[in-house]
Design a protein around this ligand. Structure first.
Ligand code: PRP
Length: 208
């Protein structure tokens, strides 16, 4: 697997604002949306363009576009919701799929309890999830998607641990990952350090 960590200072600044406790849920989701877009730009920078005839103010002319009908964005509830909102705003003709997983707080294993992913054949599937902690959720999501035989799988993530990324590299060496920040380590509770807390809780004001 190729892991591309973004080095852009705009990206680093936005990630570090996510770490601040005073960043409230609205601003947190807003930054997550901006980062999702920056990751999508980077991930699609070599995407093939296709010529299409369009009607312009000067009549019919051919211009090139990404074939957005071939893009399928998949997110893992719930922290990924702001990410999928923002990337599908760029590509209104792309389709979306949803998975719900919950980390079992004792075993730290992720459990899949909702799967609404459309046909993947011929599609570039782009998974969006802010956090890669143990890597369990993302590995499971990739396995579900691989079973549907897409053309390609790309993962867009905001923050990850070296441990989680190593698991991904070992289990799914054939996917591409674009990530805004690789942090130092996982702690004993399987939280990313220094991290930003739980992205789902930070986004939806459910911190205990
Ligand atoms: C978070 C995050 C990932 C997962 C990463 O979701 O959005 O899906 O944890 O952890 P892992 O790499 O150890 O699997 P969480 O389970 O906290 O649910 P939430 O999005 O509803 O908060």
């Amino acid at each position: 697997m190729m892991i591309h960590e973004l080095s852009n200072p705009v990206v680093k600044t936005l990630v570090n604002h996510l770490r601040e406790s005073k960043t409230d849920a609205l601003r947190f989701r807003h930054i997550v949306q901006e980062l999702a877009r920056l990751l999508a730009y980077e991930a699609l920078k070599a995407e093939r363009l296709e010529d299409k005839m369009i009607t312009t103010w000067q009549g019919e002319q051919s211009f090139s576009f990404i074939k957005e009908e071939d893009l399928l964005f998949v997110t893992i509830l719930r922290a990924g919701l702001p990410m999928i909102e923002s990337v599908t705003t760029l590509f209104p003709k792309a389709s979306s799929g949803f998975l719900a997983m919950k980390r079992d707080e004792k075993t730290h294993q992720s459990v899949l309890y909702y799967d609404r992913i459309p046909e993947c054949k011929g599609k570039t599937v782009i998974i969006v999830d802010p956090m890669v902690a143990t890597g369990g959720s993302l590995c499971d999501a990739i396995a579900v998607i691989k079973a549907k035989a897409p053309k390609k799988i790309i993962s867009l993530n905001i923050i990850g641990s070296p441990e989680g990324l190593a698991v991904l590299e070992q289990k799914h060496p054939d996917i591409e990952m674009y990530i805004a920040q690789v942090d130092e380590k996982l702690n004993g509770q399987m939280f990313i350090m220094p991290g930003l807390g739980d992205a789902g809780d930070r986004s939806y004001n459910t911190e205990k």
